[in-house]
Design a protein around this ligand. Structure first.
Ligand code: GLA
Length: 346
C-alpha cells in the first residue's frame, strides 16, 4: 500500500517483580518474540478507522474520543492523550495484526499501544522519546481503559530487547539490561484461563497498596524495607507481598549476574507463594501449572506471571531443552478442563 507507515512492539513475560510497579518497586520483565504489528495510512479528514485481525473493525473522529468499554478505547486513549498534550494528529486508517496471545497475562494491550504510538510518532513526526511513549500509553490506560496500570508493560514494550530481562526501578524509571545466563531459558505456558473482571480486581489491589502506604505514612510501599506490622487485614498481607517481592527482584538480579540458576528458581517459587497467599491473585489453574512445572527435575523455579487470576506461568529451564514445556502442558491438559498453550520456547 503506498504511503503506509509500519511499526511493531512486543508482548512481555515478567520474570519477577509482580504487582510492585504501582508502588514504586522493582520489576524484571522480558520482551517476547511475539509482537503486534500495525500499518497506518494517513487520511485527509479527522476520521480514525481501525481494522484488527483479532478484534474486528471500529472507528471514531479525532477530537471526539469517548470511552465506549471496548478494545477501541486503547486507541482512542492514545490519540486523546497525545492531542491533550498538544500534539497535532490527522485522521488515519490503521490495520492491526497481533501475535501476542490476548488475555494471557502477556501484555497484549501494551504491545498494541506502543506499536500504535510508534507508528503515530513516525507518521506525524511527533517529538517523543521512548520513555514518553510508555507514559502516554499508561495515561491512556488510566484515563480511557479504566485500568490504573503501573508502567512495567509499556516500558518493556517500548525499551525491551527480545529475550533480555530488563531491570526497571519504577520509582525513577531507570532501566538496565540483565541478560539470562547462557545456560538458561524461559518457559512460558498459558493456562487457557482468563480472568473476567481483571481490571476490577487490579484496581482494588492498587487501592489497597495506596491505603497501606497512607496508613504507614509513606508516599508508596517502595519506601518500606521490612514487612510492616500494625496494618489491618488484608492490607498487612498486601504490603508484605510488595515489600518481600521487591527484595526478591534484587536477589534475582544478583543471582542472574552470578549465574546462580538455583537461586533464581528459589526466588520464582517464593514469588508464586507470596502472590497466592498474601496478594491472593493466583487461581486453581495457575497453582496447578506451577505445581506441575516445579515437579519437573530440570525446572529450577516457576510462578504466575502478569496480573494473575488467570493467564500464564513462567519457569526457568536449561537452554535448549524443549521437552520440559511440552511435558508440563501435557500433564496439565490431563488434570484440567482448560487447554494450555506453550508460548515459550516459541
Ligand atoms: C499488569 C499491569 C502492570 C503490572 C502487572 C502486575 O500487567 O499492566 O503494570 O502491575 O499487571 O505486576
Amino acid at each position: 500500500m503506498t504511503g503506509a507507515v509500519l511499526a511493531s512492539a512486543p508482548g512481555r513475560v515478567n520474570l519477577i517483580g509482580e504487582h510492585t510497579d504501582y508502588s514504586g518497586g522493582f520489576v524484571l520483565p522480558v520482551a517476547l518474540p511475539h509482537r503486534t504489528h500495525v500499518e497506518l495510512v494517513r487520511r485527509a479528514d479527522r476520521l480514525v478507522r481501525v481494522r484488527s485481525e483479532a478484534l474486528g473493525v471500529a472507528g471514531y473522529t479525532l477530537g471526539e474520543e469517548r470511552p465506549v468499554g471496548g478494545w477501541i478505547d486503547a486507541v482512542q486513549g492514545c490519540t486523546a492523550v497525545l492531542r491533550g498534550s498538544g500534539h497535532d494528529l490527522g485522521g488515519f486508517d490503521l490495520s492491526v495484526r497481533s501475535r501476542v496471545p490476548i488475555g494471557a497475562g502477556l501484555a497484549s494491550s501494551a504491545a498494541l499501544a506502543i506499536a500504535l504510538l510508534r507508528v503515530l510518532r513516525s507518521a506525524f513526526s511527533l517529538p517523543l522519546g521512548d520513555v514518553e511513549l510508555a507514559l502516554v500509553a499508561q495515561r491512556a490506560d488510566h484515563e480511557f481503559v479504566g485500568v490504573r496500570s503501573g508502567i512495567m508493560d509499556q516500558l518493556v514494550a517500548s525499551l525491551g530487547r527480545e529475550g533480555v530481562p530488563l531491570f526497571i526501578d519504577t520509582d525513577d524509571l531507570r532501566v538496565e539490561a540483565v541478560p539470562l545466563p547462557a545456560g538458561a531459558e524461559l518457559v512460558v505456558i498459558h493456562s487457557g484461563t482468563t480472568h473476567h473482571n481483571a481490571s476490577g480486581a487490579y484496581n482494588t489491589r492498587r487501592a489497597e497498596c495506596e491505603e497501606a502506604a497512607r496508613l504507614l505514612g509513606v508516599g508508596n510501599l517502595r519506601a518500606v524495607m521490612r514487612p510492616p506490622s500494625g496494618l489491618p487485614a488484608p492490607l498487612d498481607r498486601r504490603a508484605r507481598h510488595v515489600v518481600s517481592e521487591n527484595a526478591r527482584v534484587l536477589e534475582t538480579v544478583a543471582a542472574l549476574r552470578a549465574g546462580d540458576l538455583e537461586q533464581v528458581g528459589a526466588q520464582l517459587d517464593a514469588s508464586h507463594a507470596s502472590l497466592r497467599d498474601d496478594y491472593e491473585v493466583s487461581s486453581a489453574a495457575l497453582d496447578l501449572l506451577v505445581e506441575i512445572a516445579t515437579a519437573q527435575p530440570e525446572i529450577t523455579g516457576a510462578r504466575l506471571t502478569g496480573a494473575g487470576l488467570g493467564g500464564s506461568i513462567v519457569a526457568l529451564a536449561p537452554a535448549g531443552d524443549r521437552g520440559a514445556a511440552a511435558r508440563i502442558a501435557a500433564a496439565y491438559a490431563t488434570r484440567s478442563a482448560n487447554v494450555p498453550s506453550v508460548v515459550l520456547p516459541a
